[in-house]
Design a protein around this ligand. Structure first.
Ligand code: SAM
Length: 337
């Protein structure tokens, strides 16, 4: 039976984001800059990653505490071998209503059909520009957008619900806002603009580089009338707007200009099994040690409840004050974006 578990701000535990690997073959400047993630970067050895059996067990325990939505991410989740096998396990967990995957889409053609057959229905594909030079610079590998665009089409053909995520940085790709919006509007694909966040470390973040939702709306509103739709459910990260004339939607993830900590129902599991209660956290709770130390289901459940009921994170609400403290945060590729 499901016991509702809430934190001191009455936020229930509803969503679990699971990082299945800390590795990625992109070196996006705002996430895994090449200077820090070079060839000699000490990624986690395979033995440190949670096995699919361990992830499946945790998913079942989290579901028994109220989690309904699971999101797989990384690093680049498609680099984890046999990911369809994990999807199959998660799809069989009682209480889980929705499973989604966030990917850079570059390798999707190798995996899409098997993932669909295993039960995955939603993919969020990250793409920051249509312009090959801009995109190549942003992903740090000179990779063009063509294959990713083809994979977006492929994913739709197979039957996935597809959303596209674009991180917008002033002075880098704000000129791509309109071309990207038009490209995906014409195809009826929801494009979500993500405000550049100060997640992780040494990503060159500053408030000046953030293009806010308000600025983007102003720009997009010149070409199309947009009607606010709000969030599709409590705990949803994006706020949506519908094109009045052509249908279709765009979304905004506004962690910087309009924080949404008060409705944050997300727990995060790093690829080595640490439980985090905020994307901007510094430390996690080691669930892998419990799993591998022989803890019972009840003991693990109790530990999760203890962590969640003490959760006071509101980083984005408190950004101005906390950023000044200059504490080291965990990298997004490790905790899972
Ligand atoms: N590799 C996968 C991908 O590219 O989607 C999944 C992991 S990635 C960390 C998840 C999402 O976080 C991507 O949409 C990425 O653009 C976003 N992201 C990473 N760093 C960010 C930052 N500093 N600000 C805003 N979004 C960021």
């Amino acid at each position: 039976m499901t016991k509702a578990v809430t934190d001191p701000y009455q936020r229930p535990l509803r969503d679990l984001r699971i990082s299945v690997t800390d590795r990625c073959h992109f070196r996006c400047t705002y996430c895994m800059p090449r200077e820090r993630f070079g060839d000699d970067h000490p990624f986690l050895p395979e033995r440190d990653l949670l096995t699919f059996g361990e992830i499946g067990r945790l998913a079942r325990l989290f579901a028994s505490l109220g989690v309904r939505n699971i999101h797989l991410t990384g690093g680049e989740p498609l680099l984890r071998r046999d990911l369809d096998e994990l999807i199959r396990r998660l799809a069989a967990v009682d209480g889980i209503e929705d499973i989604a995957l966030t990917t850079n889409g570059h390798l999707l053609h190798h995996h899409a059909r098997r993932l669909y057959e295993a039960g995955l229905r939603r993919v969020n594909i990250s793409l920051d520009a249509l312009d090959p030079d801009i995109f190549g610079r942003m992903n740090g590998r000179g990779i063009g957008p063509e294959r990713i665009l083809a994979n977006i089409d492929l994913a739709r053909e197979i039957g996935f619900e597809v959303k596209v995520n674009m991180v917008v940085q002033r002075g880098v790709n704000e000129g791509e806002i309109i071309p990207m919006a038009e490209y995906f509007r014409k195809r009826g694909i929801t494009l979500r603009f993500i405000e550049f966040m100060d997640v992780g470390n040494d990503i060159g973040w500053s408030r000046e580089k953030v293009v806010t939702k308000r600025e983007m709306l102003e720009l997009l509103g010149r070409a199309h009338e947009l009607k606010p739709e709000g969030r599709s459910r409590c705990g949803e990260v994006a706020e949506y707007y519908r094109y009045v004339n052509s249908g279709g939607r765009i979304g905004f993830i506004t962690s910087v200009s309009e924080s949404f900590c008060s409705t944050c129902t997300r727990a995060r599991l790093s690829s080595d099994g640490k439980l985090f209660t905020c994307l901007f956290a510094s430390e996690g709770f080691d669930l892998r040690a419990m799993l591998r130390g022989g803890a019972s289901d009840d003991e693990i459940r109790e530990a999760v409840v203890r962590v969640w009921t003490r959760r006071t994170d509101r980083y984005s609400d408190e950004r101005a004050a906390l950023a000044g403290l200059r504490r080291r945060k965990v990298d997004m590729s490790y905790i899972g974006g």
